[in-house]
Design a protein around this ligand. Structure first.
Ligand code: 8YV
Length: 332
């Protein structure tokens, strides 16, 4: 009998995923769910065949350098792989996989929730009706007016799986779909979603009412939405980010919101998670900003699907085949 691969899982996963992992692999779980320290990760990478990290583990070149000879696969529990130095892994002959597709629809749902919540002042209204004393003194025709979505322009930055899933939903809400992407998406999708493609991000930013960020976080997209680019946005526009915090220059965004150049923001991700800038939290208190603690893909169904993907990637790899979700270093 072939030896079961020794799999080190850094965080708690849904019960049924952990059970299956224990059946199939020699799995070391993290029942307490406390994030693993760097020395713990080093020890695991020296002793295991597979590492299953999440977004909270920084698997950088220095760490990968210390991996033992058995470590052949890093099967990320997550779509984004900005937590892993893919190039360093490849150099060391370690394969990296992720969990695409299965979280696109959930993330797109949460993006729509933010696209709706900010212009329609959802959290501001809901807050008035929490606690003992009602903050609602009575209805009036000019009370709590937000802005209509229908007829506005949505600018999607990064039209991959999640961006496209957002576009489908947004179109149903009457938004017109504009997008910027390294390449144009296929003509059938462009036709279905009646998209307008912008080769130039700068030009798109100046013309849309809501910007939604869906590109991966790479060195090339760090502060892609820089102070200069945020200044190009239409006065009074909104911005939504369910991708990664570092894609937007958070300081510049806070300045634009504070100076009321932008009307509002819906953010599920932050530059220094889990720390969230005090100034942003203050803006959230005022209701012009809606903040969520990285919940974009947080559904039980999604997490189980992600776990299944991790398992398939590990099994395929140890069956001697190329795993379905192998990730290669990004071309510059
Ligand atoms: C998860 C995510 O919260 O997959 C991603 O890229 O941001 C989220 O789905 C996280 O990555 C799990 O590791």
């Amino acid at each position: 009998v072939r030896k079961k691969p020794k799999v080190f899982v850094t965080r708690r996963l849904p019960d049924q995923v952990e059970t299956r992992m224990c059946e199939l692999f020699d799995a070391e779980l993290n029942i307490e769910d406390t994030p693993r320290s760097q020395p713990e990760l080093v020890a695991a990478m020296r002793a295991c065949d597979v590492l299953v990290p999440t977004v909270t583990d920084r698997i950088d070149a220095a760490l990968i350098e210390q991996a033992g000879p058995d470590l052949r696969l890093i099967a990320n529990f997550g779509n984004g792989v900005d937590n892993i130095d893919i190039e360093a892994a490849q150099k060391k002959g370690i394969t990296v996989t992720n969990t695409p597709n299965v979280l696109s629809e959930d993330t797109a749902d949460m993006t729509m929730a933010l696209i709706l919540a900010v212009p329609r002042r959802l959290t501001e209204g809901a807050k008035l009706l929490t606690g003992d004393a009602s903050g609602w003194k009575g209805w009036s025709p000019t009370w709590m007016l937000g802005h209509r979505l229908g007829g506005k322009r949505l600018g999607i930055v990064g039209m991959g799986r999640i961006g496209t899933a957002v576009a489908r939903r947004a179109k149903a809400f009457g938004l017109s779909i504009h997008y910027h992407n390294r390449q144009r998406v296929n003509p059938a999708t462009e036709e279905e979603l009646e998209t307008t493609y912008w080769d130039s991000l700068d030009q798109m930013l100046a013309r849309v009412d809501i910007v939604s960020v869906h590109c991966p976080s790479t060195p090339a997209t760090f502060h892609l939405l820089s102070a200069r680019r945020l200044a190009l946005m239409k006065p009074g526009a909104y911005i939504v980010n369910t991708a990664r915090g570092g894609i937007i220059d958070e300081d510049a965004l806070i300045a634009a919101l504070t100076e009321k150049r932008l009307s509002g923001a819906g953010l599920d991700v932050f530059e220094h998670e889990p720390a969230v800038d005090k100034r942003l939290r203050r803006l959230a208190e005022e209701g012009r900003v809606v903040l969520l603690p990285h919940m974009g893909s947080a559904t039980i169904e999604g997490r189980i699907d992600m776990g299944d993907k991790v398992i398939i990637n590990i099994r395929t790899f140890f069956d001697g085949h190329r795993p379905p979700d192998r990730v290669l270093p990004q071309r510059a």
